[in-house]
Write a protein that binds this ligand. Structure first.
Ligand SMILES: Nc1nc2c(ncn2[C@@H]2O[C@H](COP(=O)(O)OP(=O)(O)OP(=O)(O)O)[C@@H](O)[C@H]2O)c(=O)[nH]1
Length: 380
């Protein structure tokens, strides 16, 4: 071969490589559905404003088979056996009340049992007063009759009249336009927010709602990945920023806008965990809500509370509620917890209902809260 031949071959190789690179870049561009420039973004050109992409399957992967989550209606029934440790509360109370002709130390034992279950001081006193009266009037040791009285009293405290529905109907804004129901999810670190957003998406998908998720926990990269996986499993798009530490308000805003563009029914926005005593983080939450509200009225603010955190959980609840007007509570980790009384305590404290309870780590282990089922499980 002559020098000219070598030069020709080298030229051909270079052209081939360049062609290959151009092809790969072209494919990548077309697969990644880049969002259009955000002219109305409150943070034009700000952190995260230019990097958001909707989830697209990575190159070379096939679309996963979508899961069909369990319908909401059957969940509590299936999971209520996991409240068995809260059942210790009911059994202890029944055992004491059945002694008949109760002495002061019996009443003290009842009080202690209720406080240990995190029922809270007010509800405990109230329940004791009612039970004392009933016990006198009834003058019985019949366990069945006592169970009936206790059931009625506990149910009254849990309050079956509260509206526990998740408001997912479309909303008409001040602009007269229809918007998807937007739901902001807040809480302290590790309470179970990301998991709850993923599980809630499944509840909504099972009810045939179209959903968009917003990964506004930009603080913890793993949370974004976690949420992306939840979304992927049920075919729900996840709006996220690829920049770590991006402005969460910006991501939340974009998620709501994306949901509107997709004509989705509901958009669920996950946020980073924050301690209630860090005022700048609580202010940030207020900002996320305000900015989301510019895209569509915020329909619900769900506070995720770890049921095992007791009185500390109650303090968190109050601060979060002051910052963002909580409309509903999701109590997680109620499985295996003996602290079922927190349902009553937190509702009393905030005046808002427990709407969902987490009863396990499985994907469908989140159930709409059922007051009667709950009290029955405690007294089982
Ligand atoms: N047993 C049980 N575990 C739960 C429940 N809900 C959440 N978890 C677990 O709690 C842990 C924390 O959940 P995450 O969803 O990551 O918590 P997070 O609030 O998003 O955490 P940060 O983003 O760090 O604030 C995970 O191991 C979950 O599986 C529940 O109802 N029962």
């Amino acid at each position: 071969m002559t020098g000219q031949d070598y030069a020709l071959i080298a030229g051909l190789v270079v052209i081939l490589i360049l062609g290959l690179i151009a092809f790969v870049v072209g494919v990548r561009r077309s697969r990644s559905t880049q969002l259009p420039p955000d002219e109305t973004s409150p943070f034009p050109g700000g952190k995260g404003a230019d990097t958001r992409e909707r989830d697209a399957p990575p190159l070379g992967t096939t679309t996963p088979t979508l899961e069909r989550p369990e319908a909401a209606g059957t969940r509590f029934q299936r999971l209520k056996a996991r409240l068995s440790r809260s059942g210790a509360l009911g059994n202890t109370l029944l055992a004491i009340l059945s002694r008949g002709d109760l002495r002061e130390e019996d009443w003290e034992e009842i009080e202690e049992t209720l406080l240990m279950a995190d029922l809270g001081l007010g509800p405990t006193t109230e329940l004791m007063d009612h039970l004392r009266t009933e016990a006198k009037v009834l003058g019985t040791t019949d366990p069945e009759r006592i169970r009936e009285v206790l059931r009625a009293e506990l149910l009254r405290l849990v309050d079956p009249t509260m509206d526990r529905s998740l408001h997912v109907q479309e909303v008409v804004g001040d602009d007269g336009d229809k918007h998807p129901a937007s739901i902001l999810v807040v809480g302290v670190n590790g309470a179970g927010k990301t998991t709850t957003v993923g599980k809630l998406a499944r509840v909504l998908v099972a009810e045939d709602h179209s959903v968009v998720l917003g990964a506004a926990d930009t603080f913890r990269a793993a949370a974004v990945e976690q949420l992306a996986t939840w979304g992927e499993r049920v075919g729900v798009p996840v709006v996220k920023s690829d920049k770590e530490g991006a402005d969460p308000a910006s991501v939340a805003f974009e998620a709501v806008r994306q949901a509107a563009a997709d004509q989705a029914d509901v958009v669920l926005v996950d946020t980073a965990g924050r301690l209630q005593n860090k005022s700048h983080l609580m202010d940030e939450l207020g900002k996320i809500k305000r900015v989301m509200g510019r895209a569509a009225p915020v329909r619900e603010v769900l506070l995720v509370l770890d049921a095992t955190t007791g009185q500390n959980g109650m303090r968190q609840a109050q601060v979060f509620s002051d910052a963002v007007d909580v409309t509903g509570i999701v109590l997680t980790k109620l499985d295996g917890s003996a602290k079922g009384g927190i349902v009553v305590a937190v509702q009393r404290e905030l005046g808002v209902p427990v709407k969902f309870v987490g009863l396990g780590e499985g994907a469908d282990d989140l159930a709409p809260f059922d007051p009667e089922g709950f009290v029955d499980a405690i007294l089982a």
